[in-house]
Design a binder for this molecule. Structure first.
Ligand code: ATP
Length: 208
């Protein structure tokens, strides 16, 4: 059986940049989306191999007697500890990569999107054919997050920003940039990239 060669495209952006909003537009155009961050959370509760590794490294208390993930315990265990944060990431990232690969093998669309907040930071962008960065000025992003998640403190928002590469760097690394500031329309930008990706995917099919 020939290997599925669907074109994989990453979509990323800093906190509050609007990557989920933009991704929804691609989704309406019929493009399948793999939400890597949500899927990572799902795998923590459902992937038997990952569950064993989490218990080995963080203790049996990581799951309740009935097998539910003890999110609070795990979050407390890794909070502010870079070695433990690195450890949990080193367990979750390969599980997501494997899950993504098997998801991709089922897809038949001309291309698919992988949405993740840290595509460049984790190096996972290297496995993708193209990457889109959703970009917006930091001030606008913070305002949007405070409106969307009023329970979050400024400190919590800043802690997340500190773990992400600056927008300018991501724009340089990306193949496509979508500007999501107040005076830019999203839909025409998405349509332009969508058509470019459809053409590219057609070209790849011809070359294969
Ligand atoms: P996170 O990294 O936190 O998941 P995100 O990059 O996925 O954020 P979204 O959730 O898409 O960002 O957008 C953040 C908030 O800003 C949402 O409430 C969304 O509705 C709003 N928003 C996004 N784009 C725009 C826009 N162009 N105009 C007004 N509001 C917007």
């Amino acid at each position: 059986m020939s290997k599925n060669t669907v074109m994989t495209v990453g979509i990323t952006g800093g906190i509050g940049s609007g990557k989920t909003t933009v991704t929804k537009i691609f989704s309406i155009l019929g493009i399948p989306v793999y939400y890597a961050d949500d899927r990572g959370k799902w795998l923590l509760s459902n992937d038997p191999e990952l569950i064993v590794k989490i218990k080995e490294n963080f203790g049996e208390e990581s799951y309740s007697a009935s097998g539910e993930l003890n999110r609070q315990y795990l979050a407390k265990s890794v909070f502010g500890d870079p070695v433990k944060t690195e450890k949990i990431n080193s367990l979750v990232h390969p599980a997501v990569a494997k899950d993504f690969e098997s998801w991709v093998s089922l897809q038949t669309a001309p291309y698919i999107l992988k949405e993740a907040a840290l595509l460049f930071e984790t190096g996972s962008y290297k496995q993708l054919r193209k990457v889109i960065n959703v970009s917006a000025p930091l001030k606008i992003r913070i305002t949007r997050i405070r409106l969307r998640d009023p329970q979050r403190t400024e400190q919590q928002i800043n802690d997340i920003i500190d773990k992400q590469l600056p927008d300018e760097e991501k724009n340089e690394m990306a193949d496509f940039v979508i500007k999501n500031s107040e005076n830019k329309l999203l839909i025409p930008q998405v349509l332009k990239i969508h058509h470019a990706l459809l053409e590219l995917s057609e070209q790849i099919q011809i070359d294969n």
